[in-house]
Design a protein around this ligand. Structure first.
Ligand SMILES: Nc1ncnc2c1ncn2[C@@H]1O[C@H](COP(=O)(O)OP(=O)(O)OP(=O)(O)O)[C@@H](O)[C@H]1O
Ligand SMILES: [Mg+2]
Length: 460
C-alpha cells in the first residue's frame, strides 16, 4: 500500500512547487522556440513567394500570357512540390497550374490569401485525403486574367505538431520525474522522521537510554538528532542524580534515625532515674539536630540549584564575606593546632551572599576537618588569571583528593574512603558546586602538593 503520508510531507510539497516551476519553464521555453521558429518559417515562405512572383512577372512581361502559362504549367508539374500555382481566365476557369479553383477567400489587407487546401487522395496509393493550410499571393494580369502563387504550409504544420509532441513529452517527463524524485526524497525524509518518532516513543515508555540514530551526513536532521540526544543525556544524568539523591537520603538518614530510635527504646526499657532519662533525651536531641542539619544541607543545595535565585543577586563585598567566614573558622582551626592564613584582596561581585557564605564555610570546614593536626590552611581572594575574573582559593596540606575522585566528590552523599570516621554526609562539596553553577563560576579541585586546592573563579 503506498504511503499516502508522503504526499503531506514538507519535502514533497516543496518538490511539488518545483515541479510546477519546471513545468512552467518548459512551457515558456518551448512556446518561445515555437513562436520564433514558426515566425521565421512564415517569413521565409513569404519571401520565396514574393521572389517567385517577381520572376513570373518578368516572364509575363517578356513572353506574355502563353509564355507565363507555359512556365507555370512546367513548374506545377514538378513532383512533390509544395509550390501552388494557378492562372484563371476572366470567368474564373483555370488555364494553368496545380490548383483546381481560385480560393474563395478575400485577401487580407497585406494582399496575402490564407486558405485551406483539401488534397484528393492520389489514386491507387490509398492515402487518405488531408487538409492543410496554404498561403498565396494574387497578381492581376491584363485582360481579366489572374495569377496566384503560393505555398502549402504542410511543413509548418508538421513542425507545430512536433512542438506539441515535444511539449507533451517534456511535460510528462517533468511531472513524472519530479513526482518520482519528490516521493523518493520525501520517503527518505519520512524514514528518518519515523526513526526519530519511534525512538521518542520508546523513550516515553521508559527506555531512557535509547538514542536517536545519527545518519552522519551532518544535515539539519542530524543536527536535530544530535541536539535531542544531548538533551536526553542531560535528562538521563539529572534523573540518575535524582535517583542517587533519593537513595542517598534514604541510606544516610536511616542510620541516624535507627540510632535515635534504639536510644529512645533503650531509655524506655532501662528503668533509669531522672538523670539517666535526661541524658538519653539529650542524646536524642543532638541526633535529631544532626538529622535536621542534613536536611538543611539538602535544602541549601536545592536552593542554590533553583535558577530563580539569580533574582536575589546583589552587588556584594566578597572580601568582607570571606574575611568573616575565615574569622568564624579560625578558632576551630586553632583547636586542631592548624594555622589559618589569609590573603584577602578587594573583590566585589554580583551574587547571593547567604549561599556564598555557606559555600565558603563548607570549604573551610573540609579543609580543617580533613587536614591533620598542625596543618596549614590558606584562604586567598584576588584577581584571577583571566581578564576581569576573581579567584577565591581555599588550600590545605592534608591528604588531598585523587584526580579520579575529583568529579565524583561533587555529587551528593559521596564521601571518600578514609573520611568515614569523621562526621559528615558528603553534601558540602555538592553545595559548593551548586553555588558555583548558580554564579556561573568555575569550580576546580586541584593538587596543592600536598593537599587539596579548591579554586572558585568568578567572571572572566
Ligand atoms: N580538603 C579536603 N581534603 C581531603 N579530602 C577532602 C577534602 N574536602 C573534601 N574531601 C573529600 O571529599 C568528600 C566529600 O566532601 P563533602 O564536603 O562533600 O562531604 P563531607 O565533608 O564528607 O560531609 P559534609 O560536608 O556534608 O559534612 C569528603 O568525604 C572527603 O572524602
Ligand atoms: Mg564537607
Amino acid at each position: 500500500v503506498p504511503d499516502l503520508r508522503l504526499l503531506r510531507t514538507a519535502t514533497f510539497r516543496t518538490a511539488l512547487v518545483y515541479i510546477w516551476l519546471f513545468t512552467a519553464s518548459v512551457l515558456i521555453i518551448l512556446g518561445m522556440i515555437y513562436y520564433t521558429t514558426a515566425g521565421f518559417l512564415d517569413q521565409q515562405t513569404s519571401e520565396t513567394i514574393a521572389v517567385e512572383l517577381d520572376g513570373l512577372h518578368d516572364q509575363y512581361r517578356r513572353q506574355g500570357l502563353p509564355g507565363l502559362a507555359e512556365v507555370v504549367g512546367r513548374r506545377a508539374r514538378t513532383p512533390r512540390t509544395n509550390a501552388l500555382y494557378l492562372i484563371v481566365d476572366p470567368r474564373g476557369q483555370p488555364v494553368a497550374g496545380n490548383l483546381s479553383n481560385w480560393p474563395q477567400v478575400a485577401p487580407g489587407p497585406d494582399g496575402w490569401v490564407e486558405f485551406t487546401l483539401t488534397e484528393a487522395a492520389p489514386d491507387g496509393e490509398g492515402e487518405a485525403a488531408g487538409t492543410y493550410p496554404a498561403r498565396a499571393r494574387a497578381f492581376m494580369l491584363s485582360g481579366g486574367y489572374r495569377l496566384l502563387v503560393g505555398r502549402d504550409l504542410r511543413e509548418r504544420e508538421a513542425f507545430q505538431e512536433r512542438i506539441v509532441a515535444s511539449l507533451t513529452w517534456a511535460l510528462a517527463l517533468t511531472v513524472g520525474l519530479g513526482t518520482l524524485g519528490g516521493v523518493l526524497i520525501s520517503r527518505d525524509f519520512m524514514r528518518r522522521i519515523d526513526a526519530i518518532n519511534r525512538t521518542t516513543r520508546r523513550i516515553m515508555t521508559g527506555e531512557l537510554h535509547q538514542r536517536i540514530a545519527v545518519a552522519g551526513g551532518g544535515d539539519e536532521l542530524d543536527q536535530l538528532a544530535r541536539n535531542l540526544n544531548a538533551m536526553l543525556d542531560r535528562i538521563e544524568r539529572l534523573m540518575d542524580e535524582r535517583r542517587h539523591v533519593a537513595e542517598g537520603i534514604a541510606h544516610d538518614l536511616r542510620t541516624p534515625l535507627a540510632r535515635l530510635r534504639s536510644r529512645m527504646e533503650l531509655a524506655l526499657i532501662e528503668k533509669t532515674d531522672l538523670e539517666g532519662s535526661r541524658s538519653a533525651l539529650q542524646d536524642a536531641v543532638s541526633e535529631a539536630d544532626r538529622l535536621l542539619a542534613t536536611f538543611q544541607a539538602l535544602l541549601n543545595i536545592a536552593e542554590a540549584e533553583a535558577g530563580h535565585q539569580q533574582a536575589a543577586f546583589a552587588e556584594l563585598d566578597l572580601a568582607a564575606l570571606v574575611r568573616e567566614m575565615a574569622e568564624l573558622y579560625e578558632p576551630v582551626a586553632e583547636e586542631k593546632g592548624q594555622r589559618l592564613e589569609t590573603a584577602i584582596g578587594e573583590a566585589r561581585i554580583r551574587g547571593h551572599d547567604h549561599l556564598l557564605a555557606q559555600a565558603v564555610a563548607n570549604l573551610l570546614d573540609n579543609a580543617i576537618k580533613y587536614t591533620p593536626e598542625g596543618g596549614r590552611i590558606e584562604v586567598s581572594l584576588g584577581p584571577g588569571s583571566a581578564d576581569g575574573s576573581t579567584e577565591l582559593v581555599v588550600a590545605d596540606n592534608g591528604p588531598g583528593i585523587a584526580p579520579e575522585d575529583r568529579e565524583r566528590v561533587l555529587r551528593r552523599f559521596v564521601r571518600l574512603e578514609g573520611s568515614r570516621s569523621s562526621p559528615g554526609n558528603g553534601l558540602g562539596l555538592a553545595m559548593v558546586d551548586a553555588v558555583a553553577r548558580l554564579h556561573k563560576a568555575a569550580l576546580v579541585l586541584d593538587d596543592n602538593r600536598p593537599g587539596l586546592r579548591v579554586v572558585l573563579r568568578f567572571g572572566g
